[in-house]
Design a protein around this ligand. Structure first.
Ligand SMILES: NC(=O)C1=CN([C@@H]2O[C@H](COP(=O)(O)OP(=O)(O)OC[C@H]3O[C@@H](n4cnc5c(N)ncnc54)[C@H](OP(=O)(O)O)[C@@H]3O)[C@@H](O)[C@H]2O)C=CC1
Ligand SMILES: CC(=O)[C@H](N)C(=O)O
Length: 151
């Protein structure tokens, strides 16, 4: 929750989700442009499209992922480099543990007990679909959510 002021968590989330994204892109983009071929897949979240209660800073970092990806896609398309964002909904991992320090937030952002959440393989399949298209086809975004929990 914003009101909990967990500033150390904010720093970590911004470092990993924002600076980590930039560092990852920075490490590979030059070579792709040079070779006139490449594909970057950024993992965003449904939290990059809509705010969710309890995870404000996390949502902010995912809106960052969306903004960077959409802008750079337009910059690098002329170099035949594709940029995809995948927006997963709840995956059966420790996603909500990001809010564990904050019991109020953890309660608010955990999936309902009866929701059949996604498996990591479902997201892997989405990435595979995006990267296996012919060069003239760009899968720019994929929102993949549990059927029981649409935006
Ligand atoms: N789980 C979910 O429900 C959802 C997740 N997402 C997104 O999917 C992605 C993966 O999420 P998920 O697998 O749940 O997250 P996890 O927390 O399980 O995994 C995060 C990964 O990031 C790595 N990592 C964390 N900090 C650093 C660091 N400082 N330097 C290098 N690597 C680091 C971890 O490495 P290590 O194992 O070595 O610590 C780990 O491999 C994230 O971008 C998340 O926002 C999106 C929607 C839903
Ligand atoms: C609401 C969320 O936190 C989202 N499903 C995610 O884990 O990215």
């Amino acid at each position: 929750m914003m009101t909990s002021l967990h500033e150390d968590d904010w720093d970590k989330m911004v470092d990993v989700n924002c600076k980590g994204l930039l560092n990852g892109i920075g490490a590979v983009l030059g070579g792709m442009v040079e070779r006139k071929k490449g594909h970057i897949v950024n993992i965003s979240s449904d939290s990059g499209l809509k705010g969710f209660i309890g995870v404000s800073v996390y949502c902010g970092t995912k809106f960052f992922v969306e903004g960077v990806t959409e802008s750079m896609r337009q910059e690098v398309a002329k170099h035949n480099v594709k940029v995809t964002t995948i927006q997963p909904g709840f995956v059966a991992l420790d996603g909500p543990e990001r809010a564990q320090k904050d019991p109020e937030a953890f309660a608010l952002c955990s999936p309902p007990a009866d929701l059949e959440v996604l498996q990591p393989e479902n997201i892997a399949q989405a990435v595979l679909y995006a990267v296996s298209q012919p060069s003239f086809v760009a899968v720019n975004q994929m929102l993949v959510q549990p059927t029981g929990q649409p935006l």
